[in-house]
Design a protein around this ligand. Structure first.
Ligand code: UDP
Ligand code: MG
Length: 309
């Protein structure tokens, strides 16, 4: 008999959680000969999320939970959940029902009956999302797919049903700066993507501000590409070439026309621009260095305060 583990990371989801549970329960009734377990990971919520989880746990023994000592972020919660699963299939779901539980059945059929190791879901529309956010999300996917070896499907969700070997492979990647969409692509395996229309959050509000998403995107780029470093070297080289040419021009001009002191404003502009580029490049190097610094420290990805597994 197979068992599916559903990992749900929750950060201030007191309103959405009961609705989520009810909806998933409705959908998993149709499964025959399949066990389920929920692993709720309370990611340092400030509201009553943990109480809600405990209440659910009292009436349903399929529910297990972990509770972090503070907010560690969704990526850490996903990793923690993964470490505590016992099923031979594993999936991640958001607590806000933006990952439709109605797809579970189809995903399960594919992963058990067809030659796939995992089934992923992707949103084909982003309706209901702020336009600016969709625009930058699209740009991000285009950029990262160009500058890194991993290919990330546009609109891919973390709602992926995977077999044990895939889950184990993800667990074997113990990096501190986690970018799951990239890690999932990195481990390989045969994946089928199914599509669905964007669903809006059922209750509560989004935890991802524009800046948080922006930082996450930078995290993704530094984790999976070194192109920015190459880019800054190229700019450096380009400016060297230009300055050589300019030196030649100036020498020749001085020899022919004497040496009138002019070009002070343009000189200042050039100094400003070049030092700007230097600082920008230093920033890029700094980002990689700080990422390495955090990895080298080997801090734990999460800290558990309380659990019932
Ligand atoms: N989440 C989390 N830790 C965080 C932020 C979010 O565990 O620091 C969870 C959140 O509870 C939800 C999922 O990650 O289950 C997705 O978050 P959200 O719906 O706010 O993101 P959006 O769908 O707006 O991108
Ligand atoms: Mg959401």
């Amino acid at each position: 008999m197979s068992k599916i583990s559903i990992i749900v990371s929750c950060y201030n989801e007191e309103k959405a959680l009961p609705l989520f549970y009810e909806e998933v329960e409705k959908n998993i009734k149709e499964f025959k000969n399949t066990e389920f377990e929920y692993i709720f990971v309370n990611d340092g919520s400030q509201d009553k999320t943990l109480e809600v989880i405990k209440k659910l746990r009292k009436k349903d023994k399929k529910i297990k939970y972990l509770s972090f000592s503070r907010n560690f972020g969704k990526e850490s919660a996903m990793y923690a959940g993964l470490e505590h699963t016992t099923g031979n299939y594993v999936t991640f779901m958001d607590a806000d029902l933006q990952d439709p539980p109605s797809l579970l059945k189809e995903m399960y059929e594919i992963v058990t009956k067809e030659e796939y190791d995992a089934v992923g879901t992707r949103r084909v529309t982003r309706k209901g999302e702020p336009i600016i956010r969709s625009f930058f999300a699209r740009m991000f996917y285009k950029l990262i797919n160009k500058i890194s070896k991993v290919q990330i499907v546009d609109g891919a969700r973390d709602f992926i049903l995977m077999s044990k070997p895939v889950a184990d492979a993800l667990l074997s990647l113990k990096e501190y700066n986690r970018f799951s969409k990239g890690l999932f692509n990195f481990v390989g395996f045969k994946v089928k993507w199914i599509e669905f229309e964007n669903v809006e959050r059922i209750a509560g509000e989004t935890k991802w501000s524009f800046w948080k998403l922006f930082r996450y995107a930078i995290e993704g780029i530094t984790a999976f590409s070194t192109a920015p470093l190459v880019f800054s070297s190229f700019i450096g080289l380009f400016f060297c070439l230009i300055s050589f040419l300019l030196i030649l021009v100036i020498i020749i001009k001085t020899l022919i026309m004497g040496d009138p002191t002019s070009g002070w404003p343009s000189l200042v502009c050039i100094i400003f621009m070049v030092s700007g580029i230097q600082l920008f490049s230093l920033g890029i190097i700094g980002k990689y260095l700080s990422t390495t610094y955090l990895e080298v420290k080997k801090r734990p990805i999460y800290i558990i305060k309380e659990k019932d597994i």
